[in-house]
Design a protein around this ligand. Structure first.
Ligand code: NAD
Length: 428
């Protein structure tokens, strides 16, 4: 089958490369010419483990092409996937302007039956809206369908997640489109749920905001554990064995972040508001998340004896490990609080690019131990594996005072305390 992917970011590039890998002819298009130029040379524009191999295989086989020319990408395509970003507007609602632009642009190249699939995360009703935009621009006799096909992949394991989805959701009122998409996804062997478009769009928001809710819930429980002397790790374990609850997303930390959970929570609150419903539960989830940044900053101040004029070593800037994505990273939110309180920040992240440090106005260290030289506290903000296996005796010796705030509960508190560190985790 021939597939056009419009928007070659995390979702678009992974979708395109993986479809090419299972034998389809895929053209990925983007308006960012520098991104396409890098891809042509086989460079992946962001850090995503394993994606380089899949993209290289696709490019070499000729099944995957990358272009800035939408006309080229749409030529003979049976499917066009919209994978552009939908950032929040000032009021929290999702900015659909890029999706609308793509719908308008695509319409110019539709001359035979095609399924236009929206993979971007969009408010309920967007499929109908996209269909209207395209229909207005096409002669009556040109057939097409629009479907919603929300994406659930996680940065850091995008390729695995795309190839082994827990489920594939297809939202369309057209049997023809549902049939075509079912065939397209069949090789992945995942459970397939065909719904109306509004339900598919809602499934995406409901899933992401439920995950956000779990994180804020366990963060709140962790804060109570801190106060009463319980261990949240065991609390989460004890909860997780209950099949109704499960183990996932019950890890306390500095709050959720990334390009999806905060933005999708705000978008669902806004959508609810537009329909006269006050989603105060979800507003609470965001409030707990914001407050968690301050909880972590207070732990640092406690161990360092205040942060004004102190050097704080930050380990990890990306919003989670195995990605260089810093969009809405809780690490940055915490770091900014400490900066505003007068701390000097020296940071180390294994993959985040140099420009991020410069934009944040923080000193960049070449490694975790180097970041801690002369520091009054180390603050672990991203659970990169390499932080687990450091030479902690050396760490203790290079610091101005041996103190660690482990906002990811990554390290062994007993070991560190035995070695003379003061240690604070979250809820343990
Ligand atoms: P991204 O910012 O990484 O990529 C979007 C790409 O679209 C960019 O390269 C941009 O240049 C391109 N683009 C914008 N307008 C264009 C146009 N008119 N024509 C061609 N290309 C255009 O975004 P992303 O993280 O891949 O997210 C895309 C969508 O998928 C969002 O709605 C997001 O919420 C959703 N989503 C993201 C993830 C994730 O983990 N990143 C997971 C599931 C769903």
């Amino acid at each position: 089958m021939r597939i056009a992917i419009i928007g070659t970011g995390y979702v678009g590039l992974v979708t395109g490369a993986c479809f090419a890998d299972i034998g389809h002819e895929v053209a990925c298009v983007d308006i960012d010419a520098s991104k396409i130029e890098r891809l042509r040379k086989g460079e992946i524009p962001f850090y995503e483990p394993g994606l380089d191999e899949v993209v290289a295989r696709g490019l070499e086989s000729g099944r995957l092409t990358v272009t800035t020319d939408l006309a080229d990408a749409m030529q003979g395509a049976q499917f066009a996937f919209i994978c552009v970003q939908t950032p929040p507007r000032e009021d929290g609602s999702a900015d659909l302007s890029r999706v609308e632009q793509v719908a308008r642009d695509c319409a110019a190249f539709i001359d035979g039956y095609i399924v236009v699939i929206n993979k971007s995360t969009v408010p309920v009703g967007s499929s109908t809206h996209i269909e209207r935009i395209i229909r207005e621009r096409l002669p009556e006799n040109v057939e097409f369908d629009v479907a919603s096909n929300p994406e659930f992949l996680r940065e850091g394991s995008c390729v695995f997640d795309f190839m082994h989805p827990d489920r594939v959701v297809i939202g369309t009122t057209s049997e023809r489109a549902a049939g075509a998409l079912t065939e397209l996804y069949r090789p992945l062997g995942a459970p397939l749920l065909v719904t109306d478009p509004a339900t598919a769009e809602m499934i995406k928001y409901a899933s992401n905001t439920f995950l956000a809710t779990k994180i804020s819930f366990i963060n709140a429980v962790a804060n109570i554990c801190d106060a009463v002397g319980a261990d949240v790790k065991d609390v989460a374990l004890g909860m997780g064995y209950d099949g109704r609850i499960g183990f996932e997303f019950l890890k306390p930390g500095p709050g959720f972040g990334g390009s999806c959970l905060p933005k999708d929570s705000r978008a669902l609150i806004s959508l609810a508001e537009q329909h006269g419903y006050d989603f105060h539960l979800l507003r609470g989830v965001l409030d707990v998340n914001d407050a968690q940044h301050r909880v972590i900053a207070r732990k640092v101040a406690k161990l360092a004896g205040g942060v004004d004029g102190k050097t704080i070593a930050i380990w990890g800037i990306s919003f989670k490990p195995n990605t260089d994505d810093v969009r809405d990273s809780p690490a940055i939110a915490v770091l900014k609080i400490l900066q505003s309180q007068g701390a000097h920040i020296r940071a180390y992240d294994p993959v985040v690019g140099e420009s991020v440090y410069a934009d944040l106005g923080v000193e960049r260290a070449p490694g975790a131990i180097e970041a801690a030289e002369g520091a009054h506290c180390v603050l672990v903000l991203t659970e990169w594996n390499e932080f687990r296996w450091l030479d902690f005796a050396r760490l203790r010796d290079v610091m101005a005072m041996p103190a660690v705030v482990d906002a990811r509960n990554l390290l062994d508190p007993h070991l560190l305390r035995q070695m003379g560190f003061s240690y604070e985790g979250v809820g343990r």
